[in-house]
Design a protein around this ligand. Structure first.
Ligand SMILES: Nc1ncnc2c1ncn2[C@@H]1O[C@H](COP(=O)(O)OP(=O)(O)OP(=O)(O)O)[C@@H](O)[C@H]1O
Ligand SMILES: [Mg+2]
Length: 338
């Protein structure tokens, strides 16, 4: 499988005219399936260039929220949304919104792969043709560009005319991802996109999310894979029974990061060096140091290098923080009691 290019390369290879400022503000959103109120008074903001993860128990409303954002529910009588979803100040829930245009700006990848019953190539070009007039060469370039970013190009480049239905489940899902990014949306909604993928496919999707983010796309990712959310998301929203139970950056939700160290031969100078990094606690050979909130990855290696230079024997170094999974369970259990 093709590995994706890194974010910097992708930025250079991006077609021109990429929008970078999209931002969605949800205000007092309610959603109903008939009489069932599945979303309740939702207020959320999604910024350009950020990946937001949505987690929460089965049935809490994650898929429903994504379906609202690109007006998927419009196809179903009895389903309705109230409140506002503002994109660049315009309420996309308004009846006069052009849905084809909206869905080119807010693309969605569903949990189950849903390729169109047509060739691999046409699956990509179909949506692009609705919005742009491209020459044959430009279209071929766009098809290759999208399939490459979705890590599918190498597997299908010799059979672009083959039916999409003949691809494996994971390949179909990557085709759907390629189809979505081909129209270069400003917002991308992904509903558990990696459940049909193998571990390499999952890693490729993670790389894709980072490259989308680098291009200023706002990404919303629904997932039960908490570790995946913790790894790629800037912000996390925890939904519970149709309501926002918590939301914020990972740092806000998980609190300060710490470092646990087991050290030998710690002199007064070494202890002072440890304390210079952050609040320090010591029990025998065990030290716990709070890491600076704005650490961009240099605090730990610099500290260790300095400790070694001061003659300290470093037996173990372990980052510590409450996991997102623990935080999620804590919030959900607390809600249950209240
Ligand atoms: N088509 C539908 N008709 C009626 N009720 C629905 C429909 N789809 C979802 N619901 C209800 O809306 C609520 C939210 O469902 P939703 O699919 O958004 O949950 P979810 O968080 O995506 O769950 P999962 O993690 O299992 O995918 C649930 O109570 C569900 O029963
Ligand atoms: Mg769902």
């Amino acid at each position: 499988m093709a590995t994706l290019m890194n974010a910097a390369e992708l930025t250079l290879a991006t077609p021109a005219a990429e929008a970078t400022t999209a931002r969605i503000s949800i205000r007092n959103l309610d959603f109903f399936y008939g009489a069932n109120r599945a979303l309740k008074a939702i207020d959320l903001d999604f910024a350009a260039g950020e990946v937001t993860g949505m987690i929460g128990p089965s049935g809490c409303g994650k898929s429903t929220l994504l379906r609202v954002l690109n007006r998927m529910y419009d196809l179903y009588p009895g389903q309705r949304a109230t409140g506002q979803v503002l994109m660049d100040g315009q309420n996309i829930l308004a009846p006069n919104i052009d849905l084809i245009q909206l869905r080119s700006r807010i693309g969605m990848v569903f949990q189950k792969p849903t390729p169109f019953p047509m060739s691999i190539e046409d699956n990509i070009s179909f949506g692009v043709k609705l919005h742009e007039r491209l020459s044959r060469a430009e279209m071929a370039e766009r098809v290759e560009w999208s399939l490459t970013r979705a890590a599918l190009w190498d597997e299908v480049k010799d059979r672009l005319g083959a039916q999409a239905g003949a691809l494996s489940g994971g390949q179909q899902q990557r085709l759907c991802i390629a189809r979505t990014i081909a129209v270069r949306p400003e917002v991308i909604l992904l509903d558990e996109p990696t459940s049909a993928l193998d571990p390499i496919g999952r890693a490729d999707v993670r790389d894709l999310l980072l490259s989308l983010k680098a291009r200023g796309v706002a990404v919303l990712l629904n997932s039960h894979l908490i570790g995946e959310v913790e790894r790629v998301c800037d912000r996390v929203v925890i939904l519970d029974r149709g309501q926002v139970a918590a939301s914020g950056t990972l740092a806000e939700l998980l609190g300060r990061r710490e470092l646990r160290l087991r050290l030998g031969g710690v002199t007064a100078a070494a202890e002072a060096r440890l304390a210079a990094t952050g609040a320090l606690a010591r029990t025998g050979e065990e030290f716990t140091v709070a890491l600076p909130a704005d650490d961009d990855g240099v605090a730990v290696p610099e500290l260790i290098a300095d400790l070694v230079a001061l003659g300290v024997r470093v037996h173990s170094v372990e980052p510590a923080r409450i996991s997102l999974e623990d935080r999620l369970l804590g919030i959900l259990r607390h809600e249950e009691q209240s």
